[in-house]
Ligand binder design. Sequence first.
Ligand code: 5GP
Length: 114
Amino acid sequence: MSEPSVFERIVAGEIPSTKVFENERVLGIRDIAPQAPVHLLVFPKSGEYPNVSALAAADPALLAEIVAVAQQLADEHCGGQYRLVFNTGSDVGQTVFHVHAHVLGGGLPEGRMA
Ligand code: 5GP
């Protein structure tokens, strides 16, 4: 058994977080180190999928739900204008291997590359 991810520990209540959405399958929280004026994370409560590629292959309905929750949160928190980012792989900066969508909005950060 691998160690539970930080997001599994947040789901379990072992690490505090600021929740912005929750249902049976999906949690939305504020990122602890925001990279934009609005920076939210949306992820499945289950930690079985390390990245969006694995999730898309195994459970496309759950991926669609994550995108729908991201849209709802963007409507609520940043007027429906946002970037949706799934870092996939350590080479591009993924640090938590529990699939999650970054919802970034509220204006452009300085020095944004993509
Ligand atoms: P990644 O680089 O894997 O795509 O993104 C992981 C994200 O999780 C980072 O933006 C990081 O700031 C966020 N993060 C890591 N640990 C915690 C935590 O304990 N609480 C919250 N709210 N966010 C976290």
